[in-house]
Design a protein around this ligand. Sequence first.
Ligand code: NAP
Ligand code: G4F
Length: 348
Amino acid sequence: MRRALITGITGQDGAYLSSFLLDKGYEVHGIMRRASTFNTDRIDHLYRDPHESGARLFLHYGDLQDGSSLRRILQKSQPDEVYNLGAQSHVKVSFELSEYSADVVGTGVLRLLEAVRDFTGSSGKQVRVYQAGSSEMFGAAKPPQNETTPFYPRSPYAVAKVAGYWYCVNYREAYNMFVTNGILFNHESPLRGETFVTRKITRGLGRIKKGLQKKLFLGNLDARRDWGFAGDYVEAMWMMLQHQEPGDFVVATGEAYSVRDFLDAAGEKMGLDWKQYVEIDPRYMRPTEVDYLMGDPAKARNTFGWKPKVTFRELVGMMVEHDLELAEQERTLMKAGHSVALRGVANG
Ligand code: NAP
Ligand code: G4F
């Protein structure tokens, strides 16, 4: 049985990737952070008590800021493949938590690569590493962006991702390690964090539709992104590690839409004129914005045959449906006298 270790298993991609690898017959190990509240909602449905026979998903406390935890977990889990998805992944928040973001997103990659290098040395086991690179690394570079486009990062998060990218290239060349950089453009789903713009929109409009919220406050509506479905993108991560050689691969749909386009599509699907409810709040603007990301995924398509399955409209539709249902559940709880979560406080 092949074994995979995933950092960031409790995040959106971690949940989709775990499910994908379990379906492929893998034993999956995940690194989770200790938190004072439960942070495993996205993977609870995949988890079985390890005392039960047949359990194939195992969770370990660890942190990308703590190299010794990474080393211990590598020894325990003996993985064939490591997927480094852990990150403080919110671009706007990285302007506020800049040193912390640099440490987790940039230096965290170095800690993990060092731990894998030593693990390979002591165990003799060849490990394949996937690094979650980002289209944010292209930042202000002109679209369409591909593997040869020079990076021009525009946030502490993006600068740290560029550092992580180059650590990976360096370890590949210096130690002949199998380390692959995925350069993934934005990918969304009903499991997307609620402070990223797509989910903020489907969640906000869903709550407005059900009478739970009056306004939705957003930032720059003109930014354009290449939005795909997270379920399709985790398949690309896996395909990259099955390819005979490591490399750097852009994963994108090749189409871009503005935040305004997303609002139009979500509003239409909900039967709601979003213009009546959306207001601009400057606190959601970024000190340096990334205006236009649109990827060219030709290399991934030609090298290992990956292409996206879910269209933009289907993606919006699936998120809208999910969040209307969630808002309906909240309304039911409210009617029964329960308090519902305060939204819009987080700086998203
Ligand atoms: P996400 O939902 O924000 O999940 C991030 C994960 O990282 C969570 O499991 C989080 O744990 C964990 N994490 C945070 N700090 C950590 C630390 N110090 N040590 C270990 N784990 C830590 O992000 P995502 O959307 O799944 O993205 C996965 C990866 O792809 C990230 O590296 C992101 O930067 C990158 N990426 C994402 C996209 C996208 O559009 N989604 C595009 C390109 C690249 P908690 O649950 O405890 O917070
Ligand atoms: O949804 P976003 O926060 O995603 P962003 O900044 O593109 O970053 C995401 O994708 C990256 C890949 O390109 C990942 F690496 C990263 O980890 C993350 O997953 O913002 C998208 C756009 C931005 O231009 C932002 O300024 O939407 C604009 N926006 C407008 N109003 C807003 C808002 N973004 C957020 N989060 N909240 C708003 O109210």
